[in-house]
Design a protein around this ligand. Sequence first.
Ligand code: SF4
Length: 370
Amino acid sequence: MRSLTDLRSDEIASRISSKIREIAKRVGSVKIMNFCGTHEWTITHYGIRYLMPEEVELVAGPGCPVCITPAYYVDAVVKLAVEGIRVMTFGDAFRLMGTKARGLPRNLEEAKQDGADVRIVYSVLDAIKIAKDDKESIFFGVGFETTAPATLGPISSRNLPENLSLVIAHRLTPPIMRYVLENYPGSPIRGIIAPGHVSTITGADAWRFVAEEYGIPIVVSGFEPIDVLLSILEIVKQIDRGEAKLFNEYSRAVKASGNERALKVMEETSDVVDAAWRGIGFVPKSGLILKEKYERYDAFRKYGIKEISKEEWYNDSIPGCKCTEITLGIAKPTECPLFMKVCKPESPYGPCMVSGEGTCLIWAKYGSSE
Ligand code: SF4
């Protein structure tokens, strides 16, 4: 295993970049999508785009779970908070905006400012501790496969108190990758950097379909700069050889089959359903719903809130915000006229400026490295 010093070494980075440049001259234009917000952070924070030859373009993908959480969930939890239910969630989801429907506060942060009992927690386990006082409470669970097992675990282990129910807004990543590949309008994506954290749960094999069905090289990558550079090198090498394979660069953390225990928790407690993604619409088999036998833990069922259907879905993009295009790798934050003018980290206008995994917030903090 490489040391952290090696994984951040300028000298190694320079050697890998030279190799990428050499191969890129032969293979021509290569657009590579990094699925994950944390990879976007690595790329931007360490200036990896500056190291790329002109042939290699790195575009961010849909891997910011807060950015893609539909507004109707936010409206629902804000309404419950205003009605006196205690709402607990992660810090990013606290600031995520809904639609301000029916004069409701814009997000949980505003609801709290108006006096609602809203708490930021690090996990559902914190929510369980707080709910020991018997007050009616909900936990608003947002995230991909990385966080879903943690939200669902207490159901499986029967540790959830009667007064605590869950809003399950978790989403699954391979289906949105498929959606992006099927609907991508620009010049073709020729390589994909698959999410590392998610893959610790799903397993690297979850991404094999990208290579086998779409003929696109895909590399499960770690999050250090050398990890990302090696992943890019692997992609251009495969293109040069006329191959498309799944490669696990992050084998120090990711197994082919993933985390069987976590996958079992998800399978035991929830069913996979078609689900809405903010600004995008319904994506087949990309969401989770609690199994009927656990419906007493489902906040929507408990408080009579209807899950939105495909027919009822409305485009919940915020007017003027290009977050949907950015999430799908079609636009960059700097192409949004509101970037760093109306929309800034201290006063976000759109979801991609709210979350630490949002491309706009990352570019705002560290520069675009274009
Ligand atoms: Fe949306 Fe703000 Fe990003 Fe523009 S800068 S796309 S308004 S989040």
